[in-house]
Design a protein around this ligand. Structure first.
Ligand code: SF4
Length: 230
């Protein structure tokens, strides 16, 4: 309805709506195609509702309404509904929780989980931009072993697989180095060390006392250095 309302106001497209009563809205999001027939009046009513909602939302005392939509909201880490629910949960003693309140607290769980993931995302973004977040830091995620060069690994396996082994080099892509290594070890053959590399899949948030060293934000450090030079 937002798109239809926008199209009704856009010079290049508003002629489509002249003299018509019905509007067919289609969302094409392969593989799904959804169609809905409504009226120009309904779109106009939606536009009025939307305007009123935006006006309300822009007021300093705008009402806060938590729900599924919170997962899209960038304000989660500072939203009073979220922080209030977290504070209440933290202040709750589980062993003193009245039985009739358990369902009520369970209802808050997804809200609090949304808050935590929003808070982590915010902290990670700040640290990536070189902004301090207490003594928290970004560290590399646990590295996973991968083929350094899939073609070279394939060639090595073809030439070195023992006779009668179950190793199929054409399944290399589906098999991890660990799985292939296990097969070779059964025949007392070691994989050459340079065939495999340990690659971290990204960074993760860790408290200051985590033994892993913080990752160097090279991009950010370089940017700061360049700014000093210029
Ligand atoms: S997190 Fe807070 S501000 Fe954001 S949509 Fe939910 S209730 Fe509204």
């Amino acid at each position: 309805m937002f798109y239809a309302a926008a199209a009704m106001r856009t010079d290049a497209t508003k002629w489509v709506f002249e003299g018509v009563e019905e509007v067919e809205l289609i969302i094409v999001q392969p593989p799904s195609v959804k169609r809905w027939v409504t009226t120009v009046e309904r779109i106009k009513a939606f536009e009025a509702d939307l305007k009123a909602a935006v006006t309300r939302a822009l007021k300093p005392d705008a009402p806060l309404a938590a729900g599924d939509h919170c997962k899209w909201c960038a304000a989660k880490p500072v939203c009073p509904v979220m922080t209030g629910a977290v504070d209440r949960l933290l202040a709750t003693k589980l062993d003193a929780l009245p039985v009739d309140q358990i369902a009520h607290y369970l209802d808050q769980v997804s809200l609090v989980e949304e808050f935590i993931s929003g808070l982590r995302a915010l902290a990670e973004q700040m640290l990536t931009e070189g902004k301090p977040v207490g003594d928290w830091k970004l560290v590399p995620k646990r590295a996973t072993r991968q083929w350094a060069n899939a073609e070279e690994a394939h060639e090595w396996i073809v030439h070195n697989r023992p006779k009668g082994s179950d190793i199929d080099p054409y399944e290399l892509k589906q098999k991890s180095p660990a799985a292939i290594e296990k097969e070779f070890k059964k025949h007392k053959i070691e994989l050459p060390a340079d065939l495999v590399v340990a690659v971290s899949t990204g960074n993760t948030l860790a408290p200051g006392n985590d033994p892993r060293p913080a990752v160097l934000q090279i991009g950010h450090t370089l940017k700061k250095a360049m700014a000093k030079i210029q």
